[in-house]
Write a protein of this length. Structure first.
Lengths: 726, 177, 586
């Protein structure tokens, strides 16, 4: 009988052969993102336009390559042009009109459009790019940080500023045990040489020899390929990613999500092969435990422990479920992973299934994600065709199959027992735990449920080692976390950073701070179950435990940046509206409590609040937190409780002074015309829908407050800033 | 034994006729599953895809053919917000009310749609052209605020654009009539 | 059976040891610590949704529902800390805040679980009041009125309907604050698969389900001098009516009941047991015919909930159902024929009121098969035990002090066999007494057939009668009945005769019986046993224990019906059934 390796290698060879036929290394590759978000931004049209151009050019050395979502939402659609031997160039906000220009000038003419590139414009292409480590744990001993020192030394050495680009990057994961804390690392591109530097002399040598002289400094170069470097090779050609550490998202925006061949090329199914070869579930449990991987769906339960319970459950029938019912309004990493790298998640599930002894697995996916569902169906079908799913996988005797079950729009189905009920065809309401699903789950059998992102990390843990993974994170939780950065921030999108990265690094470093220049007021994490963390705590390192201590939760990774124009009562009301709408209605505290809390919040924002309302909110919040049936009900008051704790004065302003400090709550607003600024142009009066603005031409106007409906039209149309919003 | 009092055949063929052979065949296949009742939600998705909504007649037929109590079928259908129990307009306007969109002013956009159409959440305009729906996060937060009409996604929508957007679809609806 | 592992835990400072798998609530109960509860019912699946029974468990981040969490070794439980008391109070207030505010005018005033809880948990001030749900009251059914505004979503009705009755007519619809309980599509009960058994009324802690009231019509008839108003009482009324007046469960109150009914103004008080005796005779003859010609098994037809269930869920079994009318309908028919003729009263002036433990009887009375040739029903009004108690209270009488009265003749004399109709296995036992003599031509060797009393819900037995070894099945609660019915439908069970009673324990557990006293759970097996024991006492205490020895019945046949199964008997005492839509989903 063929060994597992003997079965695996031909598959990989077959994949490589197929890729070779596509001559990916020799041709010019035009890469277009294709995911729900990319398509919404117009990627489909861009793709079709490129297709026409490629066909018209009759060139067989230009290929179109489809890939998933890069996570750079605010810049989509993104197009990458890969010319052999050149640094890749990526364009942002590409539309049909730009396609022609990119194709004729760059693809055919070899002249990139530097004013249109991602995060551009760039005046001129750099010859080299130096990425330096800027992680919190970097061991750089010099007085000046590398970010300041490098440009200085380059300048002194006479390197033209535009010829060398200096970029901060997150940890490369290249520090060994001996030199931890004594050195830092630089990655020089396009040569992909990783240097270990201990002092300024070594830095100078690299500048002199490599940057100016074009010779690799062998004595300082890190031999072999470190894990971190491998990841950078995969995704590191987008500057936005350099300050991230992409593990779960490592293939996103890189590989074609519909090609199992490409997945094989990026070490696909290697982890599965390793696991099947070892044939020892306990080893997998040990690895996952050592990696300190914790559930990414929100609870943060140690994955190794959950698998151990699943493994030890005594029942011949066990089930595995992937929770892809991403319900947090503002988080979309699961969708991105399923649309951009579905096979990675499938492989993670197969490893879990082998470990716990499940023959049947389910993807529970939101019906609102049709593309994710299509790509999953395709992935499962391909796995069957290639013999990595089904009976006797890779000749190991391991049998596993996957089925997709659709959700139908219920946030509560993210809760494990509710999800199980939904798969069983019931109303998705939770039941009392214990017993936990690992004892009694789907149809009464032991069931392990993990989130998409958790599974996405599993192959990386097996391939690159539990030690590496645990080192990436904090003492309590290993690895990285993907956040969906949104709100008042310059770069919205998906951001994956090591556990323990500070909020500031995520929001200001990667997110670029607020777009308007307004100060950040708070960061809301964890969606409707989370809380608001005030700006003064931006230096909090992010992991499950620190966020909980800060009165919020990690949740599934939604991260909304709020600025001074956001009213905290209004934000609390927004989330409570969501929770009230999504409450399943089973238990009293949540069903009735969310309603009453919402009524009180509504009163307050309408200017009808009374001081006792705040006590009532706290009392109801405490009740829900302690007495609700499921985790969602217990977390639902968090947005209110955390804003009450940190922004009580804002609540009091609404209640006592009938004033909304952020000028957000319409009922408490007041528009006034500043006579000194008003030139009497009559624009406001003409635009007022209720004609409550009066005044002679060229004379200061006035608003009749009794009739004003506070629509804000006058404020918007005034060109002289003469309308004040208070 | 006399079978004249058994109305099963009659009930069954009426149910098959209501749902059409494709869905009936799907349900037949579901009945082969070791847990047929667990296929209920999948079947309801199919029915909604075919009929545009889940009417009482269809739900009863599903109950009969899948042999799941009708009360349960209707309890399940009414629990999940994805399922519609009333017919919808030609174009369904999904206004994303996810956090990112809300922070960027989706509420003002929604308000404008309501004013223009004279309908509220979940309602359908009298001419049966538009149905207005609030949506959970559409996962396109980078384009906030986002409105999805039919299969088209409109990003960075402002209240001022609403009448123009509606006009486009009104014209399209008239042309295709 | 292997001995269960023992677990030691502490509740409110007291250490105790209980078998593994015991819930916190059961453990506390065993200590005499009463944890308030609402959605919990021992016979139904666990819900854990009302959260009234929350307790604090040391080192656990949140409160746990005592009803549904099993104890573990070393668990430390606090059932009554200040925090728990406040949380419980707040939960009960939240329930009240979304519940009709009409306690004083509510049917269940002073007999409402929510009212009791509000008092016990100390809701004295309302902190959180706001919007309340608003739904129309739904009164399409002849039997059950649904008031969703009072519903507190404990889900007991949904569970009893699905789990005990196997009907699954009710489900929660919508979700969150908009959740509402009702039949499919929230349609009218009349258009649903409801079988009118009324168990939803029984288990409802408030008044979200009630019987459709008929007291007004009865008051009106009683006040009409032109009318000859007669009343009949089912066997299980006498075993339960006393509970409504503070008498202990299991107290016999036949005499007071008769006197009270006379006081109300009824012109004659008849005993439905008379109808039962007649049913036995007719049914025994039908059985004899079926023994020869089939189809077998014969299934009893006294329980209108069951008949409704059969017509919707098992229409193919209709040929098996005995064609005999129920005792109530037989007696009503005779009252407007035989009795009216005897008395020389125009049948149109006779008003028949039936006091029943059952709300499905209200539906039975309205069935067209039970109407006189002119279309008016033989039974004009059906009152539940509860309605009757209320009328007596309203009339102002001290029930317990009343002198004991006697039933009126001729429709008031009954054998003990008629009495035991009110409990599970009673019809079977009575039938066996009669069939035994019919088949063998000799008096039965014994009168008690304890093997057919299906106290646990489902029983089968073989009873030797002459050369026949009669295979009998007895079931109460329709989920139990399904087991037997499926065997009949699939041809896997060769029964001769099956007794089906829709309600748990038979009529004594009917949907119209008094709400149990405080502290006693509805459908409590002990309560049902006490009520049943009263009926067996009557039977045991009577000289007359066999239906065919009832002289009043003999006289009826001799002077009026000619013989059991005669054409006239068929015309008056037998009925037929129809397959119905909506067809149930089984």
């Amino acid at each position: 009988m063929a060994t597992i390796a003997e079965q695996f290698e031909p598959l990989r060879a077959r994949a490589e052969e197929a890729l070779r036929e596509r001559r990916t290394d020799e041709v010019i590759r035009i890469q277009v993102g294709s995911a729900t978000c990319e398509n919404a931004a117009g990627a489909r049209k861009v793709y079709d336009e490129f297709r026409k151009h490629v066909a018209a050019s009759a060139r067989d050395d230009i290929v179109l390559h489809q890939t998933g979502c890069t996570g750079r939402c605010s810049r989509e659609p993104i197009v990458g042009i890969f010319v052999p031997g050149k640094l890749p160039v990526k364009y942002e906000h590409v539309d049909r009109g730009m396609v022609h220009e990119i194709f004729t000038r760059h693809v055919l003419g070899g002249e990139p459009l530097w004013d249109k590139v991602l995060d551009g414009p760039i005046a001129q292409p750099a010859q080299y790019e130096i990425l330096h480590c800027q992680s919190d744990r970097c061991g750089w001993q010099g007085e000046k940080p590398l970010a300041d020192l490098l440009p200085e030394r380059l300048h002194e050495a006479g390197a033209a500023a535009e010829a060398v680009r200096v970029t901060a990057a997150s940890c490369f994961g290249a520090c060994g045990k001996q030199d931890m804390g004594t050195c830092s690392h630089l990655l020089v591109r396009p040569d992909k040489i990783l240097y270990r530097v201990h002092n300024e002399q070594e830095l100078d040598e690299i500048i002199r020899e490599h940057v100016l002289g074009g010779r690799v400094v062998k004595s300082l170069a890190v031999p072999g390929k470190t894990v971190g470097r491998k990841f950078f090779e995969i995704y590191g050609d987008v500057a936005f990613f350099n300050r991230q550490t992409r593990v779960a998202l490592r293939h996103n925006g890189v590989i074609d999500p519909e090609s199992i061949e490409e997945y094989f090329h990026y070490r696909g199914f290697e982890a599965l092969r390793t696991v099947l070869q070892r044939n020892d579930p306990k080893w997998v449990i040990d690895e996952i435990t050592k990696s300190k991987l914790r559930g990414r769906g929100g609870g943060g339960y140690p994955t190794g422990l959950k698998w151990k319970m699943g493994h030890e459950a005594k029942d011949p029938v066990k089930y595995l479920i992937c929770n892809a019912d991403e319900g947090d309004p503002g988080a979309f990493m699961d969708r991105s992973m399923l649309e951009s790298d579905p096979l990675n998640v499938v492989e993670g599930m197969m490893i879990a299934a082998f470990t716990i002894g499940a023959k049947q697995g389910f993807f529970y996916v939101r019906a609102e994600y049709p593309m994710a569902i299509r790509r999953l169906e395709n992935a499962i079908q391909q796995c069957h065709d290639w013999g990595v799913l089904g009976e006797n996988i890779l000749g190991s005797g391991f049998e596993f199959d996957l089925e997709i079950r659709l959700g139908a729009g219920a946030f509560v189905c993210g809760e494990e027992t509710a999800l199980i009920h939904s798969i069983e065809g019931e109303r998705g309401q939770p039941r009392v735990r214990p017993p936990y699903p690992t004892e009694k789950g789907l149809w009464g059998h032991p069931t392990v449920i993990n989130n998409v992102e958790t599974f996405a990390n599993v192959p990386a843990v097996i391939n690159y080692g539990a030690d590496w993974f645990s080192r990436l994170g904090t003492d309590g939780s290993g690895g990285t976390k993907v956040f969906a950065l949104a709100g008042k921030v310059q770069h919205t999108g998906l951001v994956e950073v090591p556990m323990g990265t500070t909020l500031r690094e995520i929001v200001e470093g990667i997110g670029g701070g607020t777009a308007t220049g307004e100060a950040i007021k708070a960061v809301q994490t964890g969606g409707p179950a989370g809380g608001c963390i005030p700006a003064k705590w931006l230096d909090t390192p992010v992991d499950f435990d620190t966020l909980t201590r800060a009165g919020s939760i990690m949740g599934s990774g939604g991260m909304i940046v709020l600025d001074e124009t956001d009213c905290m009562v209004d934000i609390a009301k927004f989330f409570m509206t969501f929770s009230e709408d999504e409450s399943c209605g089973k238990c009293t505290p949540c069903r009735e409590g969310t309603k009453r809390m919402l009524e009180i919040l509504d009163r307050i924002t309408q200017g009808q609040g009374v001081p006792e309302d705040l006590d009532k909110l706290e009392r109801l919040g405490k009740l829900m937190k302690n007495a609700s049936l499921c985790g969602l009900g217990r977390a639902a008051p968090n947005p209110v409780l955390s804003t009450l704790a940190h922004y009580r004065d804002e609540y009091l302003a609404h209640v006592n002074d009938k004033h909304c400090p952020a000028c957000k709550c319409v009922a408490l607003l007041r528009y006034e015309i500043i006579p000194e600024k008003c030139v009497g142009c009559t624009v406001c009066a003409r635009n007022c829908p209720v004609t409550c603005i009066s005044g002679e031409r060229r004379q200061p106007h006035e608003i009749d407050q009794a009739r004003c409906i506070k629509c804000g039209k006058c404020f918007e149309v005034c060109r002289f800033d003469a309308v004040a919003r208070k | 034994m006399s079978t004249t009092t058994d109305n099963w055949q009659e009930v069954q063929s009426a149910a098959r006729e209501t749902l059409g052979e494709e869905i009936a065949a799907l349900i037949d296949a579901c009945r082969e599953d070791p847990h047929p009742e667990s296929r209920l939600i999948g079947v309801l998705h199919k029915v909604q895809e075919t009929f545009g909504y889940l009417g009482e007649e269809q739900l009863d037929a599903v109950a009969q053919l899948l042999q799941v109590p009708a009360a349960k079928v209707s309890g399940v259908a009414s629990f999940y917000h994805f399922f519609r129990l009333t017919p919808r307009g030609k174009y369904v306007i999904h206004i994303c009310m996810g956090t990112a969109c809300y922070v960027k002013g989706a509420d003002r956009v929604a308000q404008k749609f309501m004013e223009e159409l004279g309908i509220s959440w979940g309602e359908t305009s009298n001419d049966r052209i538009f149905t207005l729906e609030g949506s959970r996060c559409l996962g396109t937060c980078g384009l906030a605020p986002v409105v999805m009409i039919g299969d088209d996604v409109h990003g960075n929508v402002t209240a001022d654009q609403v009448p123009v957007i509606l006009d486009t679809y009104l014209k399209r609806a008239r042309e295709t009539q | 059976m292997a001995k269960r592992k023992q677990v030691t835990l502490t509740i409110d400072g007291t250490q105790l040891t209980v078998p593994e798998g015991t819930t916190i609530m059961e453990a506390a109960d065993s200590l005499g610590v009463f944890i308030p509860r609402l959605c919990y019912h021992p016979d139904l699946s666990l819900s854990g949704s009302c959260r009234v029974c929350i307790v604090e468990v040391k080192d656990f981040g949140h409160y746990l529902a005592a009803c549904s969490v099993a104890v573990w070794e070393g668990m430390v439980v606090e059932t009554n800390s200040p925090q728990i008391r406040q949380a419980r109070r707040d939960i009960v207030e939240l329930i009240l805040d979304n519940h009709t505010k009409d306690c004083q005018t509510c049917e269940r005033d002073t007999n409402c679980e929510l009212q009791n809880l509000a008092y016990a948990t100390g809701v004295r001030r309302r902190l959180f009041e706001g919007e309340r749900k608003e739904f129309p009251i739904e009164a399409s059914s002849h039997s059950v009125v649904r008031d969703p505004n009072k519903c507190i979503l404990c889900g007991r009705c949904v569970r009893v309907c699905a789990e005990i009755q196997g009907v699954y007519n009710l489900s929660q619809h919508g979700r969150g604050f908009q959740t509402v309980v009702g039949p499919a599509h929230l349609a009218n009960m009349d258009d649903s698969v409801c079988i009118q058994c009324g168990q939803c009324i029984n288990v409802c802690p408030v008044a979200a389900f009630l019987e459709r009231p008929e007291t007004d019509a009865v008051w009106q008839a009683l006040a009409d001098p032109e009318k000859h108003v007669v009343v009949q009482t089912a066997p299980s009324i006498r075993a339960a009516i006393g509970e409504g007046f503070g008498m202990a469960p299991g107290t016999l109150a036949t005499g007071q009941m008769i006197t009270a009914l006379r006081r109300l103004g009824f012109d004659a008080v008849f005993d439905t047991d008379y109808g039962a005796d007649l049913t036995i005779i007719e049914e025994a003859h039908e059985f004899l015919a079926r023994l020869k010609e089939g189809p077998l098994p014969m299934i009893t037809s006294c329980s209108p909930g069951w008949i409704s269930f059969m017509e919707k869920f098992y229409p193919e079994l209709i040929p098996h159902a005995s064609t005999c009318k129920s005792p109530m309908s037989m007696l009503s028919t005779l009252a407007k024929t035989y009795y009216a003729e005897q008395k020389g009263i125009d049948p149109k002036q006779v008003v028949m009121v039936a006091v029943m433990p059952c709300v499905a009887k209200k539906y039975e009375a309205r069935r067209p098969e039970h109407a006189m040739p002119d279309g008016t029903p033989y039974t004009d009004a059906v009152l539940t035990t509860r309605e009757t108690i209320w009328m007596m209270k309203c009339f102002g009488m001290r029930f317990t002090d009343l002198a004991e009265g006697q039933f009126d003749h001729p429709l008031g004399l009954a054998s003990g066999a008629g009495d035991i109709f009110g409990t599970t296995g009673g019809v079977m036992e009575a039938t066996l007494r009669a069939a035994s003599e019919l088949i063998t031509g000799k008096p039965p060797a014994r009168l008690d057939f304890t093997e057919v009393r299906a106290v646990e819900g489902l029983r089968e037995a073989y009873v030797a009668i002459g050369k026949h070894n009669i295979h009998v099945g007895v079931a109460n609660g329709l989920q139990n009945a399904k087991t037997l019915l499926d065997q009949v439908r699939d041809g896997t069970g060769q029964y001769h005769v099956i007794e089906v009673m829709a309600c748990p324990g038979g009529c004594i557990g009917g949907g119209g019986q008094p709400y149990p006293p405080r502290g006693v759970k509805v459908l409590d097996p002990e309560l049902l046993r006490k009520r049943a024991s009263v009926l067996y006492q009557i039977d045991q205490g009577k000289e007359l224990r066999k239906s065919y020895e009832n002289p009043a019945i003999s006289e009826l046949y001799d002077t009026y019906l000619e013989a059991p199964g005669s054409p006239k008997a068929h015309k008056l005492l037998h009925t037929h059934y129809t397959a119905r839509l909506p067809r149930g989903i089984r």
